[in-house]
Design a protein around this ligand. Sequence first.
Ligand SMILES: [Zn+2]
Length: 153
Amino acid sequence: MKSSPTIVERSPGQDQGQGQGQGQDQPGELPLRTLDRFREKLLQQQDLLERTMLTAVKEGRESSADDLQDAADHAVQSYQKELLFLQGTTGHLQLTQVRSALDRLEDGTFGECLQCGNRIREKRLEAVPWTPYCIACQEKIETGQIEGPVRAA
Ligand SMILES: [Zn+2]
């Protein structure tokens, strides 16, 4: 602390003008257009996952019908089935996360960590918009320091 808190010389009016002009532009809140972008992403992801899972189920059924004739292909087929099953399982989990993220968008709690309540960094949300936790909590969950999925409601 070398200098007393003096007013910034350049343009003291600028800060006030910005702060008061737009009510939604408060620190701690994501701007509406950012939220819209995340919503868009989430909806796309939801759509993609739903289709992937439908395909996985469908192909799983089809291949089990086909491979009755060809024993040689059996190993490959079951390997593929397993892959499809995995896709379906992780897909389902992710779909759950995507849907609850969309719910939080509606609630206005989107971007808050379900565990500690802190804001999740925007960069993290860019990468994984459906994540319910901030990076710190995510790491704790992964290393078993805190309980996994918590029902917030
Ligand atoms: Zn957290």
